[in-house]
Design a protein around this ligand. Structure first.
Ligand code: NAP
Length: 277
């Protein structure tokens, strides 16, 4: 009789010490009484291929992938899901029983689930969305909003050419707005999303003028350190419906945990508390 292997999972990035994923998955393993461990791993780009091909042999069922490896892992996977292909990056690897490595991207799913839970009255088809920032996270947000039926996305980024690239990848429902005009689009939209790193601890503050925000507009920030960014505090003062970025992190982890450990976890206040611990 062979002993049942204890499943292992983890997160690979560099640096990795800031990651909240170990507390999050550790909390779910504990609350569901499941055997398993979730381990943070600081891996350089030079070692990425060797580490990823070795992990399945050590009992790993999959890993999360974070900065700076989200794009590079696509080239190491045998199977890439449609949404990871569309986004051009993966945040989740599944080491399948047939030996194949599957790459997926659950960031867009996490983003939409967080919005649904934080702003349940938001209807995707009811109006355009403004997106500030055009980096890696913006790709997942745009893909998920277009998929949800948002009619138009007004995209503004400091480096305009990056926004133009997203428009050419995602098509005519994306319109590029110059960064100096970003404040002017806020009054026309039903949803505002900050996907830039502005407002994050250690980064510059968001300087986009926010006085055009209308009461009732849904405003969400991907930045979750701090939980209440200046964008969210100002939007709240103006009567907007605000949704912080921590929920996206929690929701994007749900499908991966289910694939790896066989139980679909729920996101609740205890999950938030565990991630913040
Ligand atoms: P990224 O690819 O490095 O993109 C950074 C974005 O921020 C770019 O649009 C960049 O504009 C903009 N930016 C940086 N400094 C700026 C400045 N001084 N002025 C104006 N714009 C500036 O990073 P990312 O992966 O997209 O992540 C962006 C943020 O989202 C990070 O804070 C990350 O922690 C957060 N995030 C949160 C979640 C979640 O689950 N809540 C998930 C993913 C990411 P340029 O193109 O001009 O450089």
């Amino acid at each position: 009789m062979t002993a049942q292997k204890i499943p292992l999972a983890g997160v690979i990035g560099s640096p990795i010490s800031h990651s909240k994923s170990p507390q999050l998955h550790g909390h779910w393993l504990k609350t569901h009484g499941l055997p398993g461990y979730y381990i943070p791993m600081d891996v350089s780009s030079d070692n990425l291929r060797q580490v990823i091909t070795t992990l399945p042999k050590m009992g790993f069922v999959g890993v999360n992938i974070t900065i700076p490896h989200k794009e590079a892992v696509l080239g190491l996977a045998d199977i890439v899901t449609d949404r990871a292909t569309l986004i051009g990056a993966a945040n989740t690897l599944i080491f399948r029983k047939d030996g194949k490595i599957q790459a997926d991207n659950t960031d867009g799913y996490g983003f939409i689930e967080n919005l649904k839970s934080g702003a349940p009255d938001w209807i995707p088809t009811q109006g355009p969305a403004a997106i500030l920032g055009a980096g890696g996270a913006a790709r997942a947000v745009i893909a998920s909003l277009l998929d949800a039926g948002v009619p138009e996305i007004l995209l503004s980024n400091r480096t305009r050419v990056r926004a133009e690239k997203l428009k050419s990848d995602f098509g005519n429902r994306v319109q590029v707005v110059d960064w100096v005009q970003a404040g002017n689009i806020l009054e026309e939209v039903a949803l505002v999303v900050n996907t830039s790193s502005l407002g994050m601890i250690g980064k510059p503050e968001m300087r986009v003028p926010l006085d055009g925000l209308r009461a009732g507009t849904v405003v969400t920030d991907l930045v979750y350190t701090p939980l209440k960014t200046r964008l969210l505090t100002t939007a709240e003062d103006l009567g907007c419906v605000t949704v912080d970025g921590l929920g996206m992190l929690l929701h994007q982890a749900v499908p991966a945990f289910e694939r790896w450990f066989g139980v679909r976890p729920t996101v609740d206040s205890a999950t938030r508390a565990a991630a913040l611990r």
